[in-house]
Design a binder for this molecule. Structure first.
Ligand code: KG4
Length: 341
């Protein structure tokens, strides 16, 4: 047996600064510094995010290496999120990764953030070994910035077969939460309040768009119009119906997501289905996956909660697959902000 492949990974695409160390596919450490500074603004403020990354990056990377029990000299390569994300945020992680790879004289590996979310399903933890998804499989990737159905043919070969033409699912949760006066990010709050609500209390419009694409802007408008009309009649409408509003909204978002996913499963004849991204933390979406597994005999893959939000571990596993193919990159490579896969 040769030396283990030890990957240090750095993630800084949005508002989480994270670093992880992975050894031969097994996670040794995963340190995440979340930025609370954005809460009072009701959304991520890019300039503040970059500044917080600058403050966090050294302690986070230092802690990840320390917790891994490895010496810097034992690292085989450095993986970093190249994009998509906020340019100022990406520049912090990217530049740091480049500098460290030069100083340690080890290869640099660029990672696509969206592919990393999907590959999080392959992270192994000692004592909790699990079966990896079999290729090909479908992955519903749902976050604050993306809603996609991805056909995953191999760790390096993925095809987006459907995606949102406007807002992402997480964005729909966050924006609707904002108009109800709920804190940011709205997704987890809606999830919690929905548990006590009636999901059939209100009906919202559902998009009629072809293929496997999604749209959530109509739902957002329909939600807004309901509030506007009802508030004219009763100024306490939101307060009195908060749980039902959250439950009905959540039900509609999940119905939209699962309807297209069922279509993809049926058309492609692939019943191995995974879910990834921030919205995959949603308890009702997870329950819908469990239900589909029983009802339609899907083999499902639901991520650990710690891998639903942005994290270095997912970047490390994506980097590990690239390392095995010796796919390294040059330090001249710039980050990219927009969706590519
Ligand atoms: O992947 P992610 O951490 O990063 C971005 O894409 O920004 O996803 C964040 C999104 C937010 O929109 C947040 O509201 C949503 O994931 N989210 C949830 C839940 N937890 C996070 N949405 C619904 N239910 C949840 N439990």
């Amino acid at each position: 047996m040769g030396n283990p492949v030890n990957i240090l990974a750095i993630e800084s695409s949005c508002d989480d600064t994270s670093a992880a160390v992975l050894s031969d596919g097994f996670l040794l450490s995963n340190v995440i510094a979340s930025q609370k500074v954005h809460e009072s603004y009701g959304g991520v403020v890019p300039e503040l995010a970059s500044r917080a990354h600058q403050q966090n990056i050294i302690p986070v990377v230092h802690e990840a290496i320390k917790q891994s029990g490895l010496a810097k000299e034992e690292l085989s390569a450095i993986a970093f999120t190249r994009g998509p994300g906020l340019m100022g945020s990406l520049l912090v992680g990217t530049s740091f990764a480049k500098g460290l790879s030069l100083s340690l004289n080890i290869p640099l590996i660029e990672v696509n953030h969206l592919q990393a979310h999907i590959l999080a399903h392959f992270i192994q933890t000692k004592g909790e070994e699990k079966e990896n998804p079999q290729f090909p499989f479908l992955c519903l990737l749902v976050s604050g910035g993306n809603s996609q159905i991805v056909l995953v043919k191999s760790p390096r070969d993925m095809e987006i077969i459907g995606q949102t033409i406007d807002d992402a699912a997480g964005e729909a949760f966050d924006k609707c939460a904002k108009v109800m006066g709920l804190p940011y990010p709205g997704g987890p709050v809606i999830d919690k309040l929905a548990k006590e609500g009636n999901e059939k209390a209100f009906q919202f419009c559902k998009p009629q768009i072809p293929n496997y694409d999604y749209s959530f802007s109509g739902l957002k408008t329909s939600f807004l119009y309901l509030l506007r009309d009802e508030l004219k009649k009763n100024p306490n409408f939101i307060e009195e119906n908060k749980n039902d509003l959250c439950a009905s909204l959540q039900y509609t978002v999940i119905d939209i997501l699962m309807t297209k996913l069922r279509k993809a499963v049926k058309d492609l004849g692939i019943n191995r289905v995974a879910v990834a991204g921030g919205v995959s933390a949603n308890s009702a979406l997870r329950a819908a996956f469990e239900d589909h597994a029983k009802r339609y005999k899907w083999t499902i893959h639901i991520p650990k909660f710690s891998y639903t939000t942005d994290n270095g571990a997912m970047v490390a596993i994506a980097g590990y697959f690239k390392y095995l193919d010796k796919e390294f990159c040059d330090i001249s490579l710039p980050p990219f902000s927009r969706v590519e896969m």
